[in-house]
Design a binder for this molecule. Structure first.
Ligand code: 5GP
Ligand code: SF4
Ligand code: MG
Length: 457
């Protein structure tokens, strides 16, 4: 998912809409905006792409000097409008809206506790739990109640909360998900990725720190810690696949890191060939890096139809397979008779690689060597990226030789975990460091009560 927030701008809703537009790649299933004018919260949300959801919206009706927004990327969770965020809760003592990216691992247990003491939850979203915990708290200020509530959550979360007169921003103690702060004139902006700042002309200020709770109001910005500082563990998959190449995450540019992944991959797993090609869009940067390091020319061997969405986000395998076919075509004149190095950013189920190898061979490629710009994914993610269950992960169930055979390649090699880390981490300070649990099995946050069937993210 993607989150966005702005405080102190007369066109808050409209700017949030542009911000969500830039974050569209983070979720295509639903989008929404909540504004405050100091007295009332107003909501507009819907299922589908940002453009469709806001097509006929009159922004003057979403008035207010502050707003938060969300784009939703659902997994096995229910695909209903109720789960589209921001979630808005109204009460006599004041309302609040919540936008969340991540996964609360102990949500099922917390829901049980809340329900057994009388709460009625309206959604099947893990996010709703936070609202109830805040409401239950006996603390007087929202900031204190939120601190309490955050301390009972286990998992990965980047939250933005809006009520009538304040905006709150929080990041989980390990900083698993990305979240940055910027300024637009006097206004404060917050976003999952810095590409949302660029589109609105805002300047980047800093990262939200792991375990930090920020309160923004007309009085300015105030910050406290709700958890002690530990080594950051920002999701490596954000760099590998999820984020936009023009974004900087934790002050490291995504395109530059992908290019380095390609350079490392070429050093680790060279192979003789005529051309290097990448699977658009997310693998182009790594393919450029591989070509540069190996001296083998980079070519556009595959093109992408601009008018199809992300295949991975399709909820069923059948739709995903169909999606790959509609999305990519080989450039016959380029690959025919050639030995091709095909770079992809990752292999999850193997759907994309299998189809593309076949496509390239049908277009006349003599050999197809698959090089993957990340280590093999063998473990599920519990932190908000959908990789479902272990059974679906091809690398959890097959050796590299078997994978090579299944996808029909002439050879397959993955980037090492060290290579990936080197491509991302600038130094070994406590603020740096990544999560690579799906690749290494080294989980930075563990929760016994994690449910196999996770809620929506
Ligand atoms: P597969 O086709 O092997 O199941 O998935 C890997 C492909 O899906 C890659 O080409 C990658 O670019 C794309 N992809 C889309 N969404 C995701 C995601 O959330 N995680 C990962 N690792 N890859 C994804
Ligand atoms: Fe990202 Fe993988 Fe860690 Fe999940 S397990 S947060 S996908 S690196
Ligand atoms: Mg891809």
């Amino acid at each position: 998912c993607g989150v966005f927030g702005i405080w102190g701008h007369e066109k808050a809703a409209e700017i949030t809409y542009y911000g969500l537009h830039a974050l569209q790649h983070r979720g295509q299933e639903g989008a929404g905006v909540v504004t405050t004018d100091g007295e009332n919260l107003k909501l507009h949300k819907g299922q589908g792409l940002v453009n469709d959801v806001f097509k006929r919206v009159d922004f003057s009706k979403l008035s207010g000097h502050a707003a938060i927004g969300h784009v939703r990327y659902a997994t096995q969770g229910e695909r209903t409008i109720d789960n589209v965020q921001p979630l808005l809760f109204r009460s006599q003592t004041g309302s609040m809206a919540l936008a969340h990216n991540g996964n609360i691992m102990n949500a099922f247990k917390l829901r049980g506790e809340l329900e057994s003491t009388g709460s009625i939850l309206q959604t099947s979203s893990d996010t709703e739990v936070l609202a109830h915990l805040i409401k239950r708290s006996e603390k007087l200020s929202v900031q204190e109640a939120l601190t309490d509530a955050l301390q009972s959550l286990v998992g990965a979360y980047a939250f933005i909360l809006l009520n009538e007169d304040k905006m709150y921003v929080a990041l989980d103690p390990r900083g698993l998900r990305p979240l940055s702060i910027g300024r637009l004139g006097d206004a404060y902006v917050v976003a999952s990725e810095t590409c949302a700042f660029d589109i609105i002309g805002a300047t980047y200020e800093r990262e939200v720190q792991p375990g930090e709770l920020i309160t923004i109001s007309d009085m300015g910005m105030e910050t406290i810690r709700f958890a002690t500082q530990e080594q950051r563990r920002l999701c490596a998959m954000e760099y590998v696949y999820f984020s936009r190449p023009d974004s900087d995450l934790n002050e490291v540019n995504v395109h530059a890191s992908r290019k380095k992944m390609g350079i490392e991959l070429a050093k680790e797993s060279p192979v003789e060939a005529d051309i290097v090609t990448g699977v658009p869009d997310s693998s182009i940067s790594a393919a450029i890096g591989y070509a540069e390091e190996s001296g083998i020319p980079y070519e556009i061997g595959l093109i992408k139809n601009r008018y199809t969405g992300r295949t991975f986000i399709q909820p069923s395998q059948e739709l995903r397979e169909q999606g790959v076919k509609m999305k990519l075509s080989p450039v016959r004149g380029i690959v025919e008779g050639k030995r091709v190095i095909m770079i992809d950013d990752s292999i999850v189920r193997g759907t994309t690689s299998r189809r593309i190898v076949r496509m390239l061979k049908e277009a006349g490629a003599k050999e197809v060597h698959v090089r993957i710009a990340s280590p093999s994914i063998q473990n599920p993610c519990y932190y908000g990226i959908d990789m479902s269950t272990k059974q679906e992960l091809i690398a959890a169930n097959h050796s590299i030789d078997e994978i090579c055979e299944i996808i029909g390649a002439d050879s397959v090699a993955y980037l090492s975990a060290e290579g990936l880390e080197q491509a991302i981490v600038k130094n070994d300070s406590i603020n740096q460091g990544v999560c690579m649990a799906c690749m290494t099995g080294n989980y930075p946050v563990i929760e016994k009560n994690q449910q196999e069937i996770a809620y929506t993210r």
